[in-house]
Design a protein. Structure first.
Length: 458
């Protein structure tokens, strides 16, 4: 141990002396024996240190003469600023909140880890060959087949597995897609809407236009006046307001893109959970003219950290996409991809969704009951009986910043509508909060709401 430590000390000291030009180029280093005597270590320790320096190119040997210093340029070090942390206010680690109203996650306490592990083992056994090869960009065909079946049955999305691209996150899929177009595509986005995606498009140099919503979802009149190349929408459960786009608006939007040769990007992010009604068919299922790009994800059904999302491309876009990604490698974890394929194929995915539907129904109902009991006429709830969150508007003179800060100080993870709006909402006497009900434990719902009440009224 002492020798190992000594070895590092000699290695580091000699390296430092060479870099700071304490030695001249081609100067002979002390012999191994001499340095070993000086440092009171074995010759081997010095030899190891010199050999490491030799391997890294700091020194060279001459036969029977010893070790010499290489001719090195002095390393430029411009100044000695002490690096500062990027954020002066370190943000709280999310998982350390006492209560979470986050809309971004799922309840993974019920995740069938044993079944998942069983499928992982099976995946290793069944797909050993595939896993030892460089994987193609679109993801394993087996998983694409399973997804094709799943979305045909659940969402009315009839497509060939060929049209499906699976990747680790919606952002990756969209980046890859927009790499096949020239920059500065005009993209219409809902406002309020999914701010992460809006930022992605802006960062990519696209021309994002923000489209307001009315009670039927995004305003098609505004779309018509903006003339975008793509319209991004969440018709099954508008994010974050929850509006379900009625058929009249769907037809109007589809007709506009068809007549103008434009595209809709349908973000079907959380369509799996409906509480009062049956599933609402996708916009893709209504399209007969190849005008809809469909996005789906397992982030809301399994967990966001799994990073498995998919995109269905209409054929006119597919040929170009396949050409552009011909030599690209997927960023998907193949072991997760094959495990998920087996999880779906075995029926365990559907079983899990049914179980979670039951759990989320219970949580959601308790939320609504306790909120109405505690806040009475001070609140209105925009609850479209779908997904994993709803909007809660509360009469309060607190600002959005004050509510967020107080929630944070009281260990509640809470997001408000302002996060999803392009402009700061007007400072009215009503503030709208996003209430995600998936992550919180059932028994924590009432105490969390009481805490929220304290925050609002104290
Ligand atoms: C509105 C919306 N769209 C899409 C997604 C899917 O994102 P990903 O598949 O990258 O996890 C999410 C995820 O939370 C979302 O909230």
């Amino acid at each position: 141990m002492a020798q190992t430590y000594k070895y590092r000390e000699i290695y580091l000291k000699t390296k430092q002396d060479i870099l700071s030009q304490q030695y001249n180029s081609h100067e002979k280093l002390p012999s191994k024996r001499q340095l070993a005597n000086d440092q009171n270590v074995s010759i081997n320790t010095v030899k190891n240190a010199y050999e490491q320096l030799f391997a890294e190119g700091y020194i060279y040997t001459k036969e029977r003469q010893g070790y010499f210093v290489e001719a090195l340029n002095k390393l430029i070090i411009q100044d000695h600023r002490i690096p500062q942390p990027i954020h002066n206010n370190p943000t709280k680690i999310k998982s350390s909140y006492r209560y979470s109203f986050s809309h971004m996650t799922t309840d993974i306490s019920q995740f069938p880890i044993d079944l998942w592990s069983k499928h992982t083992k099976e995946a290793f056994r069944l797909f050993q060959n595939e896993m030892s090869e460089i994987p193609i960009y679109k993801g394993p065909i087996e998983l694409r087949k399973s997804i094709a079946q799943l979305i045909s049955y659940k969402r009315g999305v009839t497509c060939y597995p060929d049209q499906i691209i699976v990747s680790s996150g919606t952002a990756n899929l969209l980046s890859a897609l927009f790499n096949t177009f020239s920059n500065n595509q005009k993209i219409a986005m809902e406002n309020p809407g999914y701010s992460r995606m809006r930022k992605l498009f802006i960062d990519m140099g696209q021309d994002v236009v923000n489209i307001p919503l009315d009670q039927k979802g995004l305003s098609v009149n505004r779309v018509k006046s903006e003339q975008p190349d793509f319209v991004v929408t969440t018709p099954s459960h508008q994010f974050p307001t929850g509006t379900i786009m009625p058929i009249s608006r769907r037809i109007e939007l589809l007709n506009w893109v068809t007549e103008h040769n434009k595209y809709i990007i349908e973000d079907d992010y959380d369509s799996e959970y409906k509480y009062g009604t049956d599933n609402i068919p996708s916009l893709y299922s209504l399209d007969k003219n190849d005008r809809v790009i469909y996005l789906g994800t397992f982030s809301k059904t399994l967990m966001p950290s799994l990073r498995v999302s998919y995109m269905v491309l209409p054929y006119p876009l597919l040929y170009k996409f396949d050409l552009a990604t011909d030599t690209a490698i997927t960023d998907l974890s193949l072991i997760n991809a094959y495990t998920l394929h087996l999880f779906i194929k075995s029926g365990n995915y559907e079983k899990y969704i049914r179980k979670m539907h039951h759990i989320y129904t219970e949580k959601r109902e308790l939320f609504l009951k306790v909120l109405n009991k505690e806040f009475k006429e001070d609140i209105s709830i925009y609850d479209m009986e779908a997904g994993l969150h709803f909007l809660l508007s509360i009469k309060t003179s607190l600002t959005y910043q004050e509510i967020e800060q107080k929630a944070h100080d009281n260990s509640i993870e809470l997001y408000t509508l302002r996060r999803f709006m392009v402009d700061e909402p007007a400072n009215s006497k009503v503030k709208t909060l996003i209430i995600g009900f998936a992550k919180i434990e059932l028994e924590d719902i009432e105490p969390a709401i009481l805490k929220l009440k304290e925050i609002i009224y104290e």
